[in-house]
Design a binder for this molecule. Structure first.
Ligand code: SF4
Length: 275
């Protein structure tokens, strides 16, 4: 049987995951401004979309505007990122971006970029340090600039390596290129949501929960772990069988060797006490 191409494998992954996670279409595509897309990307990297949406909502509800966020302390910004990993680093990155944006534009509106050719917009955005993150770049392209992008963060990369789509040393930008070539734009948003569900449900950090995973029959890691479990069971059963057929030690033999099981009892009769 020939090995499926990456596109075929990813197509199968998509179909199987869809059966399990049933993604809901985004109720309001294009709901984010370019600036919100950047904040969303900072919040979303390594977390779920629910966590990122909640954090974004807290910023919008609890601050008067983005300028207030810009002049806030890192601790205040961190408070909006409660529950996310590395809140301090995210808070620094967000404040740094808002400061850079204000220094460059004296405002907080990047939406004119959404009307420019994609390459031109990306070139302009790369002037901001936050775009050093390939994940944030891909989120902004996908969510606000209308381009084709498949954001890859550490959890998604982990699942892709286990599935054999990437090597352990494939970097995130290279993996994104592989995925974007294999998955067409009209399926990309749903595909990313499904990968995210997988990476935060069964294909988690540490030992993955393969027996519960929808991909266990096609995933090389899942199949190898199943084989290991089966081998371990056989070995354990053999050990148990050998142990049950070994002769048991004879307790009487132990006593006759002088190794008494109980301390010797004192001789019967009255004990003589010196007068
Ligand atoms: S089978 Fe296991 S390793 Fe493979 S994708 Fe599923 S959880 Fe991850």
């Amino acid at each position: 049987m020939s090995t499926p191409s990456k596109a075929q494998l990813l197509n199968e992954v998509h179909t199987l995951l869809k059966k399990r996670y049933k993604p809901k279409p985004d109720p309001s595509p294009g709901r984010l401004s370019v600036l919100e897309g950047i904040v969303y990307g900072i919040c979303h990297e390594g977390t779920t979309r629910e966590q990122a949406n909640q954090a974004l909502s807290r910023f919008k509800d609890d601050f008067f505007d983005w300028n207030e966020v810009r002049v806030s302390s890192v601790d205040e910004i961190k408070g909006m990122l409660a529950g996310l990993p590395d809140p301090e680093d995210r808070a620094y990155r967000l404040r740094r971006f808002l400061r850079q944006l204000f220094e460059k534009t004296y405002g907080f509106n990047l939406d004119p970029l959404a009307k420019k050719p994609l390459k031109e917009s990306i070139k302009a955005l790369r002037e901001y340090e936050v775009f050093g993150s390939d994940y944030v770049t891909a989120i902004v392209i996908q969510q606000t600039l209308g381009g084709h992008a498949i954001p890859v963060d550490v959890p998604i990369r982990r699942a892709m390596v286990r599935l054999g789509v990437a090597e352990v040393d494939t970097d995130i930008a290279t993996l994104r290129g592989i995925l974007e070539r294999a998955v067409p734009k009209n399926r990309a948003a749903e595909f990313v949501e499904l990968l995210e569900d997988l990476a935060h449900d069964t294909c988690v950090e540490g030992p993955p929960d393969c027996p519960r995973c929808e991909l266990r029959k096609i995933c090389p890691t899942g199949l190898a772990r199943k084989e290991d479990r089966a081998t371990n069971k056989v070995v354990a059963a053999k050990h148990a069988k050998v142990a049950s057929t070994e002769p048991k030690p004879d307790p009487a033999a132990t006593i006759s060797d002088g190794d008494t099981a109980e301390p010797p009892k004192p001789a019967r009769g009255k004990t003589r006490h010196p007068k």
